[in-house]
Structures are given as C-alpha cells and as structure tokens.
Ligand binder design. Structure first.
Ligand code: PEP
Ligand code: MG
Length: 760
C-alpha cells in the first residue's frame, strides 16, 4: 500500500467521526474550512475546495478552500452546468482531468489564482436526488489523480452530504435573517428566462408592495381632513379614467372593464362612506383609508376563491392611489408604474393590462410560476419581460435602478454605466432598423423553384392585426381566442365577443381567418373561472374538454364567431386538443346547433364555415385517416404535440432538456400526419413555435407542409429562408432525417446542413 493510499484510508476514518468535526468547529464556516484542510492534507493536494449549491440562483458558490485565494470565498459563483465544477453538479458525475485547462468546460476565475494547477478531481455532494454541492481537489502535477482517488473522494462526498445539507440550510437562514427586509436579495446580475423580448431600464417598483406598504405602515403623522379626502377621490377617479382610456386604445378587447373594480369601489357606500364616517368622527383621512381598506384586504385575502383574492390587489392599488394623492410621495407623485421596471412575484393578465396602460418599462417575474399566457400577452404588448427564479427579488428597495434584457433573459440590478451605455447603443440600433420597415412583400411566398408556400399569422390580441397585414400575411392561421377571455375580469358576453371577432374579420379584408375555440384550462385558467384545483392541469379539464363541459360558454363563443363572419368568404372554426373522433363530432354538432339557432332567431350569420381541428395529441396520429374524412382542415400545434408526445411539461424548466421538437418520434409522427392529410387533399398547416424555426423549416417543406402560421414578426426571415430553398433537396433531407433513430443523430444531421445565406 502506498503512502497516498494509506492517507486515503485515514481520511475516510477521520471523516467518519463527523460529529467530532462539527462539535469541534466554532461555526459552519469553520467546519467547512476544517473539512477542506483535512481532505487536502490526507490527499496531499495543495488545493481542496467546497462549493455549495445556491438553489435560488441556480449557482454553485465557493464556500471554503485551501490553496485558492481565500478572498474568492463567496465571490466565485458559477451557474450549474457551467465550468468543470458546474458540469460535475449538473451531471451528478465526478470529473477527473490530468490537464484541467485543456478541457473545453474549464473556466478560469482570476480571483482564485487557479491557473498553475494541472490536475483536477471533483465529485458531486448529493443526498439522494438533492444536490448539495461539489468537492474539488487540485494539484500542480499533471495526471496526479487515479481511479482510487475518485472512489475515495466519492466516499468522502457521500459522508459529508448530510452534514453539509444542514450547513447549507443554516447558512441560508443566517443570510436571510441578517439582511434587512428591503434588500434580502440584491445580486447585481440574475440569469433568468426570456419571456418577452426587448430591453428596459428604469427604477424598480415591487408590484403591489409599494401600495401595500402605504396601507400597512402608518405615515409619520396621519393627516388630511374631509376636503383633502374628497380632492383625493376626484384626482384618483381622473387618473383612473385616463388609464382606462389608454387601456381601451391599446387593447380594444379589454373593453371598459379593466379598472371596473376600482370605479365600483370608489362608488361603493360601504367602502367610501365608511371612510367618510370615520373622518367626520375626527379620524385623519390617511388613517381612515388605511383602516377601512385594511379590513377589506383581510376579508378578501382569506377567501378560498381565487377571483375574490385577485381583488386584493385592486383594493391595495386603489387605496394606495388615494393615499398618494393625499400625500404625494416625493419620488412617485402618481403612484403608478410608468417608465419603471416592475418586480412581481406573479401577475394576473388583468394586472398586466393595468401596467401596460401605465406604460410600464419592463417586468421581472420573480418566481418559478412561469404562467405563459402572461408572457404571451406581454409579447403581444411588446413589454420586455424576464422570469427569474429569485423570490427574494421582491425585497429589492423601491427605486433601485434595474435593467432587463428580455432578448436573452438577463436582469442587471443597479447596472454600471458601461452596461447601460451598451444597451442604449443596442436600443438605438434597433430603432434605426425599425424605422426602415421591411419592404411590403408583394405576391405569395415561393421556394427557389417556385412552389407556393402560404404564410399565415398567429394572433392573440387585436393589437397585432396591423403588423400581420404589414408583414403581408396570407390570413390568420391561428387566432387564439382565449386571450380576450384571459385579460378581462369576467367571461365576455356573446355581444362583446362578436365585436372583437368582427374587428378581426374586417381587418383581414377577405383573407381567411381561423378562429380557434377557447383553449382555457390548464395553466390558462382565468381567476374568475373559479375552477377546481387539478393535480395535472395539462391533462385535465382543458381546452375542448372545458368547452364541451360548459356548453353555454361554448355556444356563446361559436354564435359570436358565426355572427362576426357574416359576409366573409372564408371563416374557419378550429377545435383545440381533440383526442377522439367522438369529441370532434360533438364539437362540430355544437357549431351546427348554433347555426340552426341563429337561423331560427333570424340573426345574420355565416352558415357554412370550414370546421377543422388541431393536431396536438399523439392519439390523433393513429386515427388521422378517419379524422381526414371528417375534418375540413388541420393545424398542427407542435407546442403541445411535443409536450404530449414526449410527456414533458412545456413550461417546466426542470425538464426543459427533455422538450425536444427534434425527437425522432416527433418528426416521424409529423410526417405521418402530413402524408394522410395530403393524401385526403385536406389543407394542413403548422402553427406551433416549430413553424418559425429556421432549422426545421427545410424538413417541414420536405415532408409536404405548404402552410405555416407564425408570429408576424418572424415573417421576413421565414420568407427569405423559403425563397432560398429548393423543394427536391428539402425532400431528400427530410428522408434522411426520418431515418435517424436518436435525438443525437437528428441533431448531428441538423447541424451538418449548411444554412443558406439569408442575409440577402
Ligand atoms: C400549440 O400547441 O402548438 C399551439 C399553437 O397552441 P398553444 O401554444 O396556444 O397551446
Ligand atoms: Mg396548443
């Protein structure tokens, strides 16, 4: 046995008495330091370090070291998956390198003085599936570590896991307790997910917090009499009216209701008159507002119904406005979010609209709840938005400068002037591009060899219609009708829907419009629907299942569509999430019943719309021939198709790696679906995100897809790509892709295919 092996045994023996090591340490930092010293001594390595995983930031943080610069402790942070240490953590596998800096994953942190160390060995510290950190040893000699060292270090890591897990939790606790409430999370850079593109720079305001704080915390001195109170009410009503007006201009489908709760409360005797009573009884106006609003907030907040709890933010907002108008704060005279970056734990679509009306600069959602309809609405409204996994961000001090880069999902807190200048320059460049609009496309889109490809637009809100026309869309291939439902405080009536749909039809001036019926449920459930909590909402009462269950809501919508389509040559109704021919027939029967009703009522309507369905479920693939004899047309929704085909939640970051549109099963299933539709001469389009993916378009054309429905902003690039492609090579390429049996093979083929020059 060599001296080194003997030391390995001693190391394991010493570490087996962890309780002695823990009790003999003054504090957690000291325990970690003693551990790295012990390991480095027994392994004879000049460097040993422990990195602990900070879940909130999804980063590894250097917590103890011998050999590296001690000042780098707590300062060296690396995202999970990056650098050698991050790779160990992400893959839960040891890494042993004889020449560390030759590994492509090697990352150099100058502050650690790491460069002279050649050999590198790191093992994950993990308890079950819980990732705790990484234990690293380094040596100046090349090829210093052998497989026995790996085994010994793994055993060490396993032994340390339980204690380190507690240490990590305690350190988190200490951190939270020692930081004042307002600035518990103040990192300067947060990596998040992009939800809506663009960049925004402004002062931070925490959604609901500033008003909530105004209500909860009594001011220095309560103040204001009856005259002040009445003036504050008048001012608040005026401000709300102008916000309402702006909202209607930007989002006609939100109708006049977005601030309805505010207006109603301003007129509610129980609310305002009770404040007046208190003021008449000698209470200062500010205190009366705080007390009465506080009672309502408590009452509503305790409700089991989400639509009632949603009202809490309306009351906070209203009371906050009244208080701001009584005592305008120096920094924020209107108490609104105009020009600011709003930090919110989560947002309802109706709240997003209020922020849009106030011209918010950008939004950071500081919690894991990625509610994608909020992201889609912010995209439609062109409000930059980033979603971060950092709940502490809501403790950020009001007014802190924040810059968000919605294009890549970065958030900079209190950014340096250099960062601000860089983004300003990018913004100016972007504006220059925007003022030189793409030449109005003339004629249909054709491939290099002349095949016509129909490019349709996906639309969520009326505000997107002008862009669709400007980009030369051949029509609307997917109108997601749920958005008017999601952004309103209650279900819109048939007439309200009719007015919205009529605008869509008129704006497309005779071009086809595909109305997809309500796709709510799952993560797109409006608060007012007061739906039961479902364990698996994506597999629950969603979409066509919801509308078939609530036939009155379904009928109102279908009637509104048929009435709006009067005089139109090409209206089409499409059902989402169809899983069986039976459901398709039931849904079609609802349309036919509505046509009969409207005829009997003598109301003008369209009486022979095309009736089609989305292909979003694997169940459809096998029964496509039967569907093809019944449905008038198909649209493949790859966003859901990939989710259900591969059993991966499309909004769950943890399994994002499994969400693979290029999976061979997805490609082969798409091919089969398209072949059947083509054989039956039924129009088929694709309207999920895959339709604008330039890497996938050659494959889609190759399998026979001739209709793409995409967000209008992608039209110029997609059009240029199509014009550069000839059909025959695309067909050959698709055939090759369809032979690939693994994701890796498909990816290799996708990366080998040289992309045509689209810069022309
Ligand atoms: C899809 O699933 O691809 C689709 C277009 O529908 P949505 O994204 O609205 O679910
Ligand atoms: Mg879908």
């Amino acid at each position: 046995m060599t001296a080194k092996r003997k030391d390995l045994l001693n190391m394991l023996c010493d570490l087996s008495d962890l309780s002695a090591l823990v009790t003999g340490s003054e504090n957690i930092e000291n325990f970690l330091q003693r551990t790295v010293m012990l390991v480095s001594e027994h392994l004879g390595t000049p460097v040993c370090s422990i990195y602990l995983y900070d879940e909130t930031a999804d980063e590894l943080v250097l917590k103890a070291t011998v050999g590296l610069n001690p000042e780098s402790v707590d300062r060296v942070r690396m995202p999970s998956g990056q650098g050698l240490v991050g790779t160990v953590m992400a893959n839960s596998q040891p890494v042993r390198e004889g020449h560390a800096n030759q590994n492509p994953n090697f990352r150099y942190f100058p502050e650690t003085g790491e460069l002279p160390y050649e050999s590198f060995l790191a093992v994950p510290i993990q308890k079950g599936v819980v990732k705790i950190g990484v234990l690293v040893v380094q040596h100046t000699e090349a090829d210093y570590f052998d497989t026995t060292d790996v085994t010994a270090l793994k055993a060490t890591g396993a032994q340390l896991a339980a204690v380190l897990e507690n240490a990590r939790l305690l350190m988190d606790l200490q951190r939270l307790c020692s930081i004042p409430e307002k600035s518990a999370c103040n990192p300067s850079f947060i990596k998040g997910q992009r939800a809506s593109g663009g960049f925004a720079f402004g002062r931070a305001t925490v959604w609901g917090k500033s008003h909530a704080r105004l209500i909860a915390v009594p001011g220095e001195a309560e103040s204001g009499g009856m005259a002040d109170f009445r003036r504050a009410i008048r001012q608040t009503a005026e401000q709300l009216e102008s916000l309402q007006q702006r909202c209607v201009e930007q989002l006609p489908e939100s109708a006049s209701l977005i601030f309805a709760a505010h207006f109603m409360m301003l007129k509610d005797p129980k609310f305002i008159d009770r404040m007046i009573e208190q003021i008449e009884g000698g209470m200062p106006a500010t205190q009366a507002i705080r007390e009465i609003a506080g009672q309502y907030i408590r009452l509503f907040g305790e409700s089991p119904h989400p639509y009632i709890r949603e009202k809490v933010s309306d009351i906070e907002d209203l009371a906050g406005r009244l208080l701001s108008n009584l005592n305008p704060p120096a920094t924020d005279p209107n108490g609104n979010s105009g020009g600011k970056v709003v930090i919110a734990r989560e947002l309802y679509p109706s709240e997003l609209l209020k922020l849009a009306a106030e011209s918010v600069a950008g939004i950071v959602l500081a919690n894991g709840g990625v509610t994608s309809h909020v992201s889609i609405i912010s995209r439609s409204l062109k409000i930059p938005m980033v979603v971060v996994q950092c709940p502490d961000l809501v403790h950020l001090s009001e007014g802190t400068p924040v810059l968000i880069d919605g294009d890549v999902g970065n958030v900079y807190v209190d950014p340096s002037q250099t960062i601000i200048d860089r983004f300003d320059a990018r913004n100016r460049a972007g504006q220059q591009v925007a003022v030189q609009p793409e030449a109005q496309p003339t004629g249909p889109t054709r491939t290099l060899d002349g095949t016509k490809i129909h490019l349709f637009a996906n639309i969520n809100l009326l505000a997107e219609l002008p862009l669709a026309s400007q980009m030369g869309a051949a029509g609307i291939g997917l109108y997601r009708t749920e958005f008017p439902f999601l952004i309103r405080p209650s279900f819109p009536s048939e007439t309200e829907q009719y007015l919205v749909y009529r605008r869509v039809v008129e704006s497309m001036a005779g071009k086809p419009v595909v109305f997809r019926t309500l796709d709510i449920g799952g993560e797109k459930t409006p608060a007012y629907a007061d739906a039961d909590i479902e364990t698996n909402p994506e597999l629950g009462l969603r979409s066509i299942r919801f509308t078939l269950a609530y036939r009155d809501i379904f009928e109102q919508q279908v009637r509104a569509i048929l009435r709006a389509a009067t005089g139109s040559r090409t209206p089409a109704i499409m059902f989402p999430l169809i899983s069986s021919l039976d459901d398709f027939k039931k849904a079609r029967q609802v349309v036919n019943d509505c046509i009969d009703q409207l005829r009997a009522e003598g109301l003008e309507h369209h009486d022979h719309p095309a009736i089609g369905m989305m292909v979003e479920l694997p169940a459809v693939v096998e029964t496509m021939p039967e569907f093809a004899t019944e449905a008038d047309f198909f649209a493949i929704g790859t966003n859901d198709f990939v989710q259900y085909m591969l059993g991966v939640d499309r909004a769950n970051k943890q399994v994002a790696n499994y969400y693979r549109p290029e999976h061979p099963s997805v490609l082969r299933a798409l091919n089969r679906v398209v072949q059947v539709a083509v054989a039956h001469r039924k129009p088929i389009s694709i309207c999920g995100e895959m339709a604008h993916d330039t890497a996938m378009i050659p494959f889609l054309l190759g399998i026979g897809m001739r209709r793409l429905s995409i967000d209008p902003q992608f039209m110029p690039i997609v059009r240029r790509l199509i014009a550069s492609l000839a059909l025959e090579p695309c067909q050959a390429y698709a055939r090759t892709l369809l032979t690939a049996g693994s994701i890796a093979e498909v990816q290799a083929l996708l990366s080998q295919r040289p992309m045509p020059d689209m810069s022309r």
